[in-house]
Each structure stands twice: as structure tokens, then as C-alpha cells.
Write a protein that binds this ligand. Sequence first.
Ligand code: UDP
Length: 252
Amino acid sequence: MARRKKIYEGKAKILYEGPEPGTLVQYFKDDATAFNAQKKDVIEGKGVLNNRLSEFFMGGLAAIGVPTHFIRRINMREQLIRAVEIIPLEVIVRNRAAGSLAKRLGLEEGTALPRPIVEFCYKDDKLGDPLVTEEHIIAFGWASQQDLDDMIALALRVNDFLSGVMHGVGIQLVDFKIEIGRVWDGDYQRLIVADEISPDSCRLWDVKTGQKLDKDVFRQDLGSLTDAYSEVAKRLGVLPAQATPIKPTLIN
Ligand code: UDP
């Protein structure tokens, strides 16, 4: 088979040209990075789990009318997506204080917030994805006021959906990050959820024990990342309950 044209390679995924105009193939790698890629490792099986989990979350969002880039899963590591113009912002929604918010405001990790808080970071690895305000976003033309209103509404709908789904399986959604893309339908543009939704971009805590089931396991060396992600997948019914974590296979 002829090699597909690589469009972009990021830290955890690769985008290839899709089979039809306006589509792309998103490939999930096993690479894990944290602290702006200062910590790196290859976690066997992570890409397979994230491909399945992102399919599950994006599919659920579509079912309740939240538009996403997801079209269909192609195989273990790849999914077909709509090509979008990515808005250069990370949209973060927080239900409890953790990570950079806890640090910035001196809050104890786990403190419940009075309401979900939406934050924006400017996507620039060289700058370490700095937190920006709506003023910066509009002044520098990264998005319009209408886009901002739409992005906040989308992010809060994703928060309600994900919080409910996770709560149903005994997991607290502490915070998450999404990326949003612009698509054109004739003369009209709309914003849709893009990139991925997986434990790489969420904080997920077991409701009863507080055990971390997300990328903090890697960031803080808390154990096996595939065990944590497999646990999330099993509870959601994405992997059969008896499935053992994916282990490297030796090829003779
Ligand atoms: N996050 C992400 N990618 C980033 C930065 C953050 O997916 O480049 C996610 C992170 O996993 C967490 C949420 O966004 O679920 C909030 O992250 P925070 O700002 O606390 O940053 P961190 O502690 O990861 O530096």
C-alpha cells in the first residue's frame, strides 16, 4: 500500500491525509510527554486505549448533539476525522482545583470550585502554553467574541456530558482540556470539538478512593499508566471487564 502523506506530527498523535477531501486520519502514538515534553516515555498500548476512549467520548457527544470532528474508527490506532482549522487555544474546564490552578492560587488539590471554571491557554510549546484572557484572544485575533461565547458553551456541554458519564462509573471528572476547530459549511462556519478526549487530557479520580486514573500517574510516577487507562476503559465498557492490560508482545 502506498504511504499516506503525513500532514502533522505532534507529541501523542500523527495526522495523515484522509481518503476524501476534508478528512484526515488521526493516528494515536504510544508516546507520553509531560511538563512541556521535559519528561518522555513510550507507554506500550496507550495509543490503542486513547483511540478507543476518544471514539467513545466523541460518539457520546455526537449522540447528544455536540458536534465533533470524529467520523469513525478505522483500526486499533487510527480514526477518520473531519479536517478543521484548529483555534490556537487550549480550552480547560475545571470542577475541582488541581494542577496549575491549585499552584497558581494556592488552593489545596481537590478543593471543590463554586462553579465550573473555563480557562484558555495559548497553544505555543515554546512559551509553555501560557494562560490568556479573553482580552488577549480578541486583541490578537485568535478568535472572535462570538467564537469565545460558542467555545465556552461547547466546553460546558462537554463538561456536563463527561462529568455525568464518569460519575456513572464512580469516577470524578476534576478537569479536562479540549481543542476546538472551525469548519465551513458553504458560507457558514461553526465550531466543533476536535483533537482527542482521553485520560491524557483529563484528570479522573476514583470517587471512593481518590486514586488517580489519568496522565498524572505518569507525571507523578504513581504506577502503570496502561493499568489506569485500562481501568477507565473497563468501567466504561469500552474494554471487556476481564481484559488484561495490553502488554508488549515478543516477536520471535
Ligand atoms: N492539559 C492537557 N494538555 C496541556 C495542558 C493541560 O491536556 O497541554 C489538561 C491536563 O491534563 C488537565 C487540565 O488540562 O486535565 C488542566 O491542566 P493544568 O492547567 O492543571 O496543567 P498541568 O497541571 O497539566 O500543567
